[in-house]
Design a protein around this ligand. Sequence first.
Ligand code: FES
Length: 578
Amino acid sequence: MGKPRKTPETLRSHRWYGAADLRAFGHRSRTAQMGYAREDYAGKPVIAIINTWSDINPCHTHFRQRAEEVKRGVWQAGGFPVEMPAMSLSEPFQKPTTMLYRNLLAMETEELLRSYPADGAVLMGGCDKTTPALIMGALSMNLPTIFVPAGPMLRGDFRGETLGSGSDVWKYWAELRAGRIDEHDWHEIEAGIARSPGHCMTMGTASTMTSAAEAMGLTLPGAASIPAPDARHAQMASLSGRRIVDMVWEDLAIRDVVDARAIHNAVTTVLALGGSTNAIVHLIAIARRAGVALDLDRFDALARRTPVLANVRPSGAFLMEDFYYAGGLRGLLGRLPDLLEGSAQTVNGRSLAANVEGAPVHRDDVIRTRANPLVAHSGLAVLRGNLAPDGAVIKPPAMEPRLAHHTGPAVVFRNYADMAARIDDPALPVTRDSVLVLQGAGPQGAPGLPEWGQLPIPRKLLQEGVRDMVRISDARMSGTSYGACVLHVAPESHVGGPLALVRDGDRITLDVAARNLALEVDAAELARRRAAWTPPKPHYARGFGALYLAHVTQANDGCDFDFLEEGAATATPDPEIH
Ligand code: FES
């Protein structure tokens, strides 16, 4: 990298521990209070382990133990590990949505690293928003950083049948509502669908984002695919602890790793995985923190040339455990050398190309060949039109192909409560050709851009056998979901985007091939509706919610806070005043 190696005197932590002044005395005496002798830490890199373990986060239940394994590696390599708990964004429990708090965890990560004597950081995350949040905060602080992904949980089981997180919940919920399974079956599914530590084991947001982190160069090679309970996961944690100490001496900072090449590799990887649409929002936010330009059009352009090779649910058939045994992410990336920026740097000091070269694939049905992809291209598509001037997204492989070009009358729900109250009303004027529209579900409208975009199919249509229909919202969708769901419509309805002007019966056209989303209402009528539109009241008047509403950007801009998304790395404190 051309940077001089760090010495004990040039470590950031030297200002806390090494100075001959009263403040350093305080730091050393208080470290002694915790039971450490001077030789435990003097002159050593202080490694902050940012751990998102929590009793309320089932995906991170193993992180207490994994943090100990990281510490073991840090000690072995001659560092001083300091575990720092950070807010755990627990996807199943946190309301209204973890997305409301992604930026708060990013801020917490940045501020923990800034305010304490950290020379390097180990980020421990995996459950959906934890991964982008930790990386965003670390990018702003720009210390040597390595990511330890939580790893996917084991396959779910229901009477010998494999169950996948999320995807099979939606599937069997629809079957229950249609009367094809009973409550007893439903309880058995509840007990068997999440049976080990680890994040969702479909290609949901968690698997997508931890894989993106690996493709970005932020993990040891192969780390993201290892199932959470596997002994190799514990070994990876320990090796990550060893490696971060060397990264500090090498002064290999996170922005040395995450550059335009790394972002390109992350986007390409998400596309080749058939990954979650949520990754679009997160990667735009991450890229901007790294000072790299990234927009929706770049996703669409790369999607047109990138095949989906991962045959993993919800787009495919298998689960992350199968993906790991088949060769994991290294195996998949080894099949894409021409589509990747192989020279990109990674945390182990080698290039991405060197890390994946010759990686074996053991099952071509799980990790498809280039000659036999799951989807030839366009695993994601970016739509525009008068209904989404700033863009919207859809995941074509996860929808019924007959809906890829569809025109139908709108059935409009003003907000989630309105939808929940009326969706199963037998009198709802809805047919299989209708287009379901949900307003008020965006970053400001919901608030927090929740995963409401997979609107349920009305019960009366389920009973007729309908399993997919066109649904449009300014919300996100769980990465484990599927269906003809147009998401992230921007600008959102709450701030006056055209989605706010849609009325029952308006005809809407979705044309995926043409990348078009059109509201078939003439401009004069839309102007009349706009003149009559009044902005809804904001949801929060105080607290973090008020900060969020004042500064969150729209989905096409990554939903970061406007005052955080760009700018130089935060300066370390003045040694005279810290
Ligand atoms: Fe944590 Fe899905 S609930 S990753």
